[in-house]
Design a protein around this ligand. Structure first.
Ligand SMILES: Cc1ncc(C[n+]2csc(CCOP(=O)(O)OP(=O)(O)O)c2C)c(N)n1
Length: 576
């Protein structure tokens, strides 16, 4: 006879879960125990937030299913930022929280709280999950896990939450008669971008879209986060055939190499000016799997706004509701369909041509970052900052581009490091860049890179993180130590929260409350903390590229501190 927790572990295993990210507690320990027994590797973190970021990083990089196991009340509420990040970036991560016994549960409409460490999980998470269900009896466990997986992979992918009472976990049950269920391959479904039940476009919609693309005078394709699940290289194969200019949002970068002849870069205030120009100058814009939130759209002059209104617009999406009253204006046609299906249709329809190899011939300049975007601007309030041994952002990317191991998976955090990495990394040797793009919480990239590194995929996991972000991720240091050599950290030390300094320069007349050492952030001995955590570091003071070579070739060094000129400000592209 098996318990509810045993059936849950079996079901997770059958869906392909081999790794669980956990923080234990009384209300979840039965599930952790059964999962380990079933052969699921348990990876403990020192708080639930790190566990949820790590799980999300694991799914982004591997396309394999995983689960976050946390206790009731504070265990679950600590994961909320992780759930939000998965929701806004459409990452299918399953979160399971333990809950008080079913007879102790509170009617939250009437009472504050009856059970110890009880919280209203459903109301706390239902608005940012594909599926969210309270499980009070062991007989509900198997059907709800199946529903959760199906929801996570139907239409726009996203996270699910199961809140399982302690009695449901420990109740003993006969083998339920649910034998005829066919388990599917998580990665295969993600690659295709759909679950079988989706009601989607017909071939004639793809025909229409392709015809419009090929007929247009100056077509431009804008790709977005919907591209993140395509098998690697699939989109580039069709770009060779389409020979149409491509621009992207940040979230789509891994679908196309930086040196692809047809790629004009990323749009947005912190994107490539050439891409913004291509967006405005298109005769016909084809938006594939992008929802284009405010941050991703460039600042436009009155004249460009008018010009952009006349661009014909076509959208291919799994989530047409995102385009109701969209700021890009009326859309000529919205196709509710799958990028994978469209690519397949285009591939079958367009004949191969001889000049296919030209696609990778674009010469990349030494510096890819728009120079005006990162400028050194001294301010009187910057007096106390150390100006010695600092490198410029351009020096940093030069060195990184020359030394990063091939096929690195680079997780970037928040602030200057995310915007400059996405622009400045060449991504021409199999590198992939990940971040929590839409939610953008400080401290994400360290645990996320640790999660991704759990997969044995021969890719080097690299984390780039600011000194502010790093401090919020300190609870992951024991995991970093445990995974010696698997993750390399570039600690971008620009002496504080420079993104907020930029912000305050524009507001509050530059007053620095809670940003500089004098006005808020306490002094923090970063090196002492690293050393006492049994981590090895390299504090770069000389030839940056040489130091970086040593760093990437020596498995024992965990963290490289790179001192970045603190007077550098991030300045958005002006309106075009
Ligand atoms: C969890 C969280 N809290 C607060 C913020 C707001 N915020 C955005 S950038 C930033 C400063 C980041 O500092 P650092 O990591 O040192 O990077 P820098 O800005 O110096 O490049 C802050 C506080 C955030 N993004 N996430």
């Amino acid at each position: 006879m098996k318990t509810g927790a045993d059936f849950l572990a079996d079901e997770l295993f059958n869906f392909g879960v081999r790794v669980a990210f956990v923080f234990t507690g009384g209300a979840i320990s039965a599930i952790i125990d059964s999962a380990e027994d079933r052969g699921i590797k348990i990876i403990p973190y020192d708080n639930e937030l790190d566990a949820s970021y790590a799980a999300e990083g694991y799914v982004r990089a591997t396309l394999k299913p995983t689960v976050v196991l946390v206790t009731s009340g504070p265990g679950l509420t600590n994961t909320i930022t992780g759930i939000a990040g998965s929701w806004f970036d459409s990452i299918p991560v399953l979160f399971i929280s333990g809950q008080v016994k079913s007879h102790e549960k509170t009617n939250f409409d009437i009472c504050l709280q009856n059970g110890f460490q009880e919280t209203d999980v459903i109301r706390s998470t239902s608005h940012m999950t594909k599926y969210c269900k309270a499980v009070d009896h062991c007989s509900q466990i198997i059907p709800t896990v199946r529903d959760a997986f199906k929801s996570m992979l139907t239409g726009r992918p996203g996270p699910a939450v199961l809140d399982i009472t302690m009695d449901a976990q420990t109740q003993v049950m006969e083998n339920p008669n649910l034998e005829n269920y066919i388990y599917y391959d998580f990665k295969e479904i993600l690659n295709k971008g759909m679950h079988l039940d989706n009601t989607l476009s017909l071939k004639k919609d793809y025909e229409y879209l392709l015809k419009k693309m090929l007929e247009a005078k100056n077509p431009v394709i804008l790709i977005g986060g919907g591209m993140q699940w395509l098998p690697s290289g699939l989109f580039e194969n069709i770009v060779k055939k389409l020979k149409i200019k491509i621009i992207s949002t940040y979230t789509a970068v891994n679908a196309i190499r930086q040196d692809n002849l047809y790629y004009d870069g990323m749009i947005g205030p912190f994107g490539n000016p050439e891409a913004n120009k291509s967006l405005i100058e298109a005769s016909d814009l084809f938006v594939l799997g992008a929802r284009i939130p405010q941050r991703a759209f460039p600042l436009l002059t009155k004249e460009s706004k008018k010009k952009f209104q006349s661009v014909r617009k076509f959208v291919l999406t799994v989530d047409p509701s995102e385009f109701i009253n969209h700021k890009i204006g009326p859309i000529d046609k919205i196709v509710n369909g799958l990028i994978n299906d469209f690519i397949k249709y285009a591939d079958d329809t367009i004949p191969d041509s001889d000049d296919i190899d030209k696609v990778f011939k674009k010469e990349l300049s030494k510096n890819l970052i728009p120079i005006k975007m990162f400028q050194s601007i001294q301010s009187p309030s910057d007096n106390s900052l150390s100006t010695e041994n600092n490198y410029s952002i351009f020096q940093l990317f030069d060195s990184l581009n020359n030394t990063l191991p091939k096929n690195s998976d680079i997780f970037v955090d928040v602030g200057q490091n995310v915007c400059s990495s996405i622009l400045g990394l060449k991504r021409n040797r199999g590198e992939r860049i990940f971040s929590s793009w839409a939610n953008s919480p400080m401290g994400y990239s360290l645990p996320a890179s640790l999660g991704a590194a759990l997969d044995d995929n021969e890719r080097q996991s690299v984390c780039i993180i600011g000194d502010g972000g790093f401090r919020t991720a300190l609870s992951s240091l024991p995991n970093l130590r445990a995974m010696k050599g698997k993750v390399k950290i570039i600690l971008w030390d620009n002496q504080g929260y420079r993104t907020i300094v930029d912000h305050l320069e524009k507001m509050l007349s530059g007053r620095r409350k809670a940003v500089t050492v004098e006005s808020g952030i306490p002094y923090f001995p970063i090196k002492k903390v690293l050393i006492s955590s049994d981590l090895e570091l390299l504090d770069s003071k000389g030839n940056l590229e040489n130091d970086m070579k040593i760093f990437f070739s020596d498995d024992k060094i965990d963290v490289m501190i790179v001192h970045i000129d603190p007077s550098i400000r991030m300045i958005p592209n002006i309106a075009i």
